[in-house]
Ligand binder design. Sequence first.
Ligand code: GCW
Length: 692
Amino acid sequence: MREIIPIFIFTLLPFILQAEDGHSFWLRANNTAPVEVICPKKSATLRIAEQELRQGWQGKANEKITLIVKNDNSLKNDGFRLAKNRIQANTDRGILYGVYEMLRRQQTGQPIDEEVCNPSYQRRILNHWDNLDGTIERGYAGHSIFWRKGADAFVVTESYKRLWQEYARANASIGINGTVLNNVNASPSILTADYLQRTKAIADVLRPYGITTYLSINFASPQVIGELKTADPLDPDVVNWWKEKVKEIYSLIPDFGGFLVKANSEGQPGPQDFGRTHADGANMLADALAPFGGIVMWRAFVYNPSDEDRAKQAYSEFMPLDGQFRDNVIIQVKNGPIDFQPREPFSPLFGAMKKTAVMPELQITQEYLGQSVHLVFLATMWEEFLKSDTYRFGKGSTVARCTDGSIFSQKYTAIAGVANIGSDVNWCGHHFAQANWYAFGRLAWNNSLLSEQIADEWIKLTFSDNSREGEIAVENSIYSPDWQVNFLQPVKQMMLNSREAAVNYMMPLGLHHIFAADHHYGPGPWWAPEGVRKDWTPPYYHQADTNGIGFDRTASGSNAVNQYHEPLRSLFSDPKTCPDIYLLWFHHLSWNHIVKSGRTLWNEMCYRYDMGVQQVREFQQIWDEVESYVDEERFVHVQSKLRDQAINAQVWKDACLLYFQQFSKLPIPGDIERPVNNLKDILSKDRKRKNQ
Ligand code: GCW
């Protein structure tokens, strides 16, 4: 990064921070000088590119910037070539991304040198779990911005169009180029005329920003809305029904992207209902979409209440099908083998399917990470995942390289993120949750970016004020050493530590899925009501008893380790070499087992839970200390969320330690703060909440 040029900090003028509601995402800056933009080609996308440059320009006055669309073999897909006064790309989209990159660099004080920037993945897609009645599954930031129920459900108002446009702009600014508008638990109605018309209206607004529209479909649609007797993918009437439906969609949306499918999972219909395989189902849809260039993103998130360890099931189901899928099918695999937990090892499907295209699915919405209450920056988790070495093709076969086409070629490469966006003014409910939306886009564009850099950029773009008084930087400018030392550094550190803190106070040492009931927010290691599927209850995952705790996934247990390639298989199999972070994921160990720190497992758990609480208390202090650098609106909002997070972290620690202590029968080490909640009270609150 460029050296910061010493500039006087102008402190004499009365300084008032403008209240901010977060709606502008990182696109907050107004230009500091006029700029002349020359763009010989004309299109709706290029018009946006020109306008963004004029509006956000932070360079010198009266500079000239040229935007050139021309073929260049060193550029891939949406890539662009950046130079001081010029952006060149193969496509209009590429120019738009180049413009946002230029603005980002200006606003973060990075140099604009000659550079080629190509995206890691061709398709960088948001998945909205938005239901057609306007609710959002696992959404914590208001209602759907796309769907609503009631008499006005299909009225496309100007204010909707404005909202969709702002949404499209925000996404384009971080390189996202596709969006799935509805929940994977899909209502068949999405394919009826009214919903398709609305989808068209949305697609029309998103298109100039380079955003391709996709839909989730319900596999039983031909039966439910088509009145066919079956949805069997090999039945000619069914095949034909989908062909006609796809034709209808493309007549409305000529650049439609394709379908996302959750089939035979958690009660959703699928090809197995008719004795067919996932490949039969996916290929039938793929054939219907192929003539139009559409793709199928077929989810590997499948598991059933069976004797097989849930962590193994996706691999068992999909590996035998490797090589059977059409080339416009991509298998969409969640980062971990279970379900977006605060920490999981990577899914063993990455790198294992060699003849089938695979794409990662990340979750931006914090279903299992404090939702829109806890400050948890997810880039560190995604970086850990993308850098995980699968060893499938020797050392260095990271998940990133196994999915972006570097190791083996796929016709299409893609990555998806389950969106955390809703109708809340700041889009995401928590100001810091925007950092996760931002980080997803940045990593989808460049899967080797470091979380530290992403956090650095995001803080600068979101909280600094780079306006100048002549040549003098104002307070809160990224050029102010005071701002850097007293705001940027501590806030960045807080973000970078936040995911580990959440793991500590929720489920350290490889514990997973010990949430209460089905809201996935607070602790509930005890939760196992009669009649509920065992694989939906925490005791299935933690297996605590008087002998110890943890899920034995070694050869003496479920043998899930066997789905990993050597040397990982051996590394994970032995508790001495298994990284502490995955210890109880792979092993059932005695309470007195000695871990790497030299402590007993029980004591280590106590330390970790306590450390998580202490970390959140530190975040509160950090935030209070930066008060003068943040406008009141955002300061107060985040401060109050941090208070809730601290209360919750304490409850997590107390609930888990007091519950597990019933099995370990060991004391909490003397130097650790005592629980302040009684297990009895936590349990009774939990029960009351459920009865409400
Ligand atoms: O994480 C689980 C969620 C479900 C979700 C499912 C999935 C959309 O709890 O709400 O359903 O995963 O990914 O399909």
